[in-house]
Design a protein. Structure first.
Length: 412
């Protein structure tokens, strides 16, 4: 509620700033002739308002820089309400800064319009007398040193915001709190202990995920490290595992050096329970590590983060990565399909090159398969599957599209 209130106030400030342009907006529509006494009065007010404009500009620049500072400290706050207020305060503070900048600039522009509207009178007077009248408007600028000092101060504030949380972390002030928040959740008997897992769904906004299928555990195990407020909800029943970690609503957060923001979830699944499982991963930010998956299929949608898949045997995998690298290491995957907007795709396969058909394309990047390299704009590589690749009859295609990044395929 507090966040929406601040957003509303920020919008009101933007609207009020825009209305300032109308205060003297109609002056330039008319031809105005001012006598010297009236012109002197305008000059006197202009000098006074010019000082006010300089102050508004300096304060406005400072507030625009300072607006991210409260958000930097929200990572150290445990109260969710206060944290939301700090995160969203960037709009409120920036709104005040923009209001001051726009109103100050509008004040200057109106005097300029008034000077243009009375220019004819000034020119007429100068032709009728030997001494020209004093200009009705004298342009002044904000002192350069003031802007430089404000920018330097802003940089120092932002730098301290990055350094302080880092120092706090290394002084173990925050580390003790973090250790107390490490939580282990184990699926209790009677839920899916003896049932095969049919589906695994992960939906998270910001989290590092490690998922491994192993014989080291006899039941699914979930180990979370991070803030209690961001702890994922885990639902495991009827052969379906749902993991969700999302903070609903609009958040503006600038953690900078606050490395304590990291949240990780490690999931271990017993090999005996993993049978042709379908896995669907959706993450806004965070790296994903998948290891030892013996079968099934994977669909991964990552906005920002790297995907590493190793030692897996899959029927197919489909990847959509907006910003981040994709690496497939020592896997046996019958079909690979990937779209990478900004990042590299790398695949290491211990089988023959002819096991797959290849459809590889990079708009800005190189495409290489073993020692064969295709460089330049809109690089492409297409080849059919080798029908004589014994033992790989079920392998189909590797299709990769990269907008900005390289594609590398390494085979035996």
């Amino acid at each position: 509620m507090g966040m929406f209130l601040l957003v509303g106030v920020a919008v009101v400030l933007f609207v009020l700033a825009s209305t300032r342009t109308k205060e003297y907006g109609k002056v330039s529509r008319y031809t105005i002739a001012l006598d010297e006494e009236a012109a002197a009065y305008v000059r006197e007010n202009q000098e006074r308002d010019e000082k006010r404009r300089v102050v508004k500009t300096c304060i406005g620049v400072f507030l625009c820089i300072f607006s991210v500072v409260p958000s930097m400290g929200s990572g150290l706050c445990r109260n969710l309400f206060v944290k939301a207020i700090l995160d969203s305060s960037v709009l409120f503070i920036a709104g005040i800064g923009v209001y001051l900048l726009v109103s100050g600039s509008s004040l200057k522009n109106r005097y300029q319009e008034l000077a243009k509207a009375t220019a004819n009178y000034e020119r007429e007077q100068s032709t009728n007398t030997s001494t020209a009248t004093k200009p009705i408007y004298e342009k002044k600028k904000v002192p350069a040193f003031a802007i430089v000092l404000i920018v330097i101060f802003g940089v120092l504030v932002l730098s301290l915001g990055a350094i302080i949380p880092f120092a706090v972390y290394h002084n173990n002030i925050n580390l003790k709190v973090r250790e107390s928040e490490i939580q282990t959740e184990t699926v209790m008997p009677g839920e899916t202990m003896n049932d095969p897992i049919e589906n695994i769904t992960v939906d998270a906004d910001a989290m590092e995920l490690t998922l491994e299928v192993t014989d080291e555990v006899e039941e699914p195990e979930f180990v979370y490290y991070g803030e209690a407020s961001r702890k994922p909800t885990i639902d495991d029943k009827n052969g379906v595992i749902n993991i969700e970690s999302r903070q609903h609503g609009i958040r503006f957060h600038f953690p900078f050096g606050n490395i304590t923001e990291k949240c990780t979830l490690t999931v271990k699944i017993p090999t005996s329970m993993y049978e042709n499982t379908k896995m669907n991963l959706t993450l806004d930010a965070g790296d994903v590590h998948l290891t030892g998956i013996p079968n099934g299929e994977i669909v991964a949608d990552l906005d920002a983060g790297n995907l590493i898949v190793s030692e897996c045997t899959l029927d197919n995998i489909k990847i959509d990565a907006d910003a981040g690298n994709v690496e497939l290491k020592n896997n046996h995957i019958k079909a690979v399909e990937a779209e990478v907007d900004a990042g590299n795709f790398e695949m290491h396969f211990d089988g023959p090159k002819g096991a797959y058909a290849y459809d590889l394309s990079a708009d800005l990047g190189n495409v290489s398969i073993n020692d064969e390299k295709h460089a330049g704009v809109e690089s492409e590589y297409k080849v059919e599957k080798d029908a004589n690749a014994a033992g790989y009859e079920d392998y189909r295609q590797v299709k990769v599209e990269a907008d900005l990044g390289n594609i590398e395929i390494h085979t035996k």
